[in-house]
Design a protein around this ligand. Structure first.
Ligand SMILES: Nc1nc2c(ncn2[C@@H]2O[C@H](COP(=O)(O)OP(=O)(O)OP(=O)(O)O)[C@@H](O)[C@H]2O)c(=O)[nH]1
Ligand SMILES: [Mg+2]
Length: 310
């Protein structure tokens, strides 16, 4: 893709992170070519403290009003001059020492998206978040058909020109999960490198329930939006069939348990038939969706090769 020498821009969204922002800047300083801190309308000293480190390498921007993490990341990317961008949190959780490995993987074109997967020292992720992380990563893996161990990590690297393809509609912390699933569904290569996750400095901005619900809704919407039209034509009716089967089935079961009788002897039959047919169609839909995505990717690659030759 790119032959120019790499220039690495680090994007650091920061919302009320006065305790952690300077250690984060200092830790990443030797590893990157540019650090872009985006203060997201903090009410503490985050901006002032970050500004005290501003130089030709460290650039600090400010949102007058809080826009959420995604807004801060987008502002950061829009100011980035590097061809490679790395996202990290402003809370000292992600060690900077993994940047060279992430960059190398991108430069060698072994991945389109590199994730710092929090697989070591998971005790530093609060228990509730750890459970959520496991559930959402498995769901993300299932939806995208790829094995993903940490879909939510905020530590990630990509070529800047990938950003339009991987930017997803999101307001908050569901952004990362949606981006990972989108990348996987579109057939981009994701490489996860296991990282140590340190204990957070300062107060967490994560609301497990609110952000969990958003993440779940985000996954459902991305699962549907990124499904090919042909896949949707088969998956849509198959889901309806399973729901119809479940309704007939539960009605019959309820009747059998309460009145010890069945008003309609065909209901259990309809239930079994609908569920089985629905599940068969669902599997076919998944296979068709996978194949059409693969064909799209091959077409994209052939077109890119053709453009290069011209
Ligand atoms: N949640 C949140 N984070 C923001 C916002 N704006 C910027 N951020 C930054 O986004 C990063 C992610 O927030 P965290 O609180 O670390 O969320 P997390 O990493 O999922 O949870 P922890 O494990 O507690 O760190 C931090 O660097 C925040 O300072 C915002 O409006 N809301
Ligand atoms: Mg964090």
């Amino acid at each position: 893709m790119t032959t120019e020498p790499s220039r690495v821009s680090l994007i650091v969204p920061a919302y009320n992170e006065q305790e952690a922002i300077l250690p984060v800047i200092d830790e990443y300083y030797p590893y990157v070519d540019e650090i872009i801190v985006v203060d997201d309308g903090s009410s503490d000293e985050t901006y002032m403290r970050a500004q005290s480190r501003a130089d030709e390498k460290v650039k600090v921007y400010k949102h007058v009003q809080n826009q959420g993490k995604v807004g801060a990341l987008r502002t950061g990317v829009s100011h980035a001059s590097g061809n490679i961008i790395v996202f990290t949190d402003a809370d000292c959780t992600y060690p900077a020492s993994y940047v060279p490995e992430m960059v190398q993987i991108l430069e060698e074109h072994k991945a389109d998206l590199v994730l710092g997967a929090r697989l070591h020292d998971r005790s530093n992720i609060p228990l509730f978040n750890r459970i959520g992380n496991t559930i959402f990563s498995s769901l993300a893996g299932y939806i995208s058909g790829k094995m993903i161990q940490d879909a939510q990590t905020g530590y990630r690297a990509m070529f800047k020109d990938m950003m339009p393809m991987l930017d997803v509609a999101a307001r908050s912390l569901e952004f990362e999960t949606k981006m990972t699933v989108r990348a996987a569904k579109l057939g981009y290569t994701i490489v996860e490198i296991p990282i140590v996750y340190r204990e957070r400095v300062g107060v967490s901005k994560l609301h497990p329930i609110r952000d969990g619900i958003r993440m779940f809704r985000g996954l459902i919407s991305i699962a549907w939006n990124e499904t090919s039209p042909l896949g949707k034509m088969i998956l849509g009716p198959s889901i309806v069939l399973v729901i119809i089967g479940l309704l007939f089935g539960s009605y019959s079961l309820y009747e059998r348990l309460t009145t010890y009788d069945l008003t309609n002897a065909y209901f259990p039959l309809i239930a079994t038939f609908s569920i089985l047919l629905g599940m068969q169609m669902f599997s076919i839909g998944l296979v068709i969706d996978y194949l059409s995505k693969k064909l799209d990717r091959i077409e994209e690659k052939v077109m890119a090769l053709g453009n290069k030759r011209e």
